[in-house]
Write a protein that binds this ligand. Structure first.
Ligand code: G1P
Length: 290
């Protein structure tokens, strides 16, 4: 089994759900507590032993790359002010991973975004992490998945049970349980209409995919909105190679949704060493008032 050395992070979307906040600032740079959401994703990647990130970007997204680059003037300023703690923090961000970026020239869907990484990934299995899904876990979610993937062939998708009323927001699988937390995927559908989902097991934005997915995505037909869906490619892949779902251990926040974003801020804020106790007091005060 080949090592998973590369991760693809799609970051080309317009962030329309967060307008006007995202008119100028890419949604990936909106902070949760004190870090941009995409930094949580990079930290997950770096602490999972992945060496290279392929960022799929679009227009006006250059500031994401800047965030992970060295910042000579800022570093010089912090050095002069003797703020060595902040200097170290800023330097650590640029040392985290090797970053390669590829432009997605048209917004043609998640499947198409991943296809843009074909040349840079080459012939090896790779991870995909979607920036909207923040996962707070003791062992990073993608690390948990790499551990499971070592023992299998094919593809592995992160899954989580969601309420029946929310299945239309996700890719949904139907699977046969093969071991603890692992399902062999037998059916897959992208955002099924309410009441038609094959189960309540939703695909969450973490995948380990074999390079065969690229050839398949090249042939997938666009959906009615003109987008190439990764789920359609995965369904085709499952005809050739086994596809598994893994119910990861951890708390997941949908940072691509306004309520999910606020929940992430509150939950992670409560865990923050300096802010946590003060925020807890404030929330108590607030609930006393309501
Ligand atoms: C994407 C995938 C979907 C998956 C979801 C997880 O949808 O297409 O299968 O369930 O991510 O967050 P999106 O939310 O980007 O529309």
């Amino acid at each position: 089994m080949m090592k998973v050395r590369k991760a693809v992070i799609p970051a080309a979307g317009f962030g329309t759900r967060f307008l006007p906040a995202t008119k100028v600032v890419p949604k990936e740079l909106l902070p949760v507590v004190d870090k941009p959401t995409i930094q949580y994703i990079m930290e997950e990647v770096a602490s999972s032993g992945i060496e290279e990130v392929i960022l799929i970007t679009g227009r006006e997204k250059g500031s994401i790359e800047d965030h992970f680059d060295t910042s000579t003037e800022l570093e010089e300023h912090l050095r002069k002010k003797k703020r060595m703690d902040l200097l170290r923090m800023v330097q650590r961000i640029s040392e985290m991973v090797t970053l390669v970026s590829v432009r997605q020239k048209e917004p043609l869907g998640l499947g198409h975004a991943i296809l843009c990484a074909k040349k840079v990934v080459g012939q090896e299995p790779f991870a995909v992490l979607l920036g909207d899904d923040l996962i707070d876990a003791e062992r990073p979610c993608i690390r948990q998945m790499i551990d499971i993937y070592q023992k299998m062939d094919g593809a592995l998708l992160a899954i989580q049970k969601v309420p029946k009323t929310e299945t239309h927001l996700y890719g949904i699988i139907r699977g046969r349980r093969v071991s603890d937390r692992v399902y062999r995927v037998e059916e897959m559908v992208e955002k099924p209409k309410q009441g038609t989902a094959p189960s309540n097991l939703a695909i969450i934005g973490r995948y380990i995919l074999p390079p065969q997915i690229f050839g398949i995505l090249e042939k997938v037909s666009p959906d009615p909105r003109g987008e190439i869906q990764l789920t359609d490619g995965l369904r085709e892949l499952s005809q050739r190679l086994p596809v598994f779902g893994y119910e990861f251990i951890g708390d997941r926040y949908d940072a691509g949704d306004k309520l999910g974003y606020l929940q992430a801020n509150i939950s992670l804020g409560l865990k923050h060493p300096e802010l946590g106790p003060k925020l807890k007091r404030y929330l108590k005060e607030l609930s006393g008032k309501s």
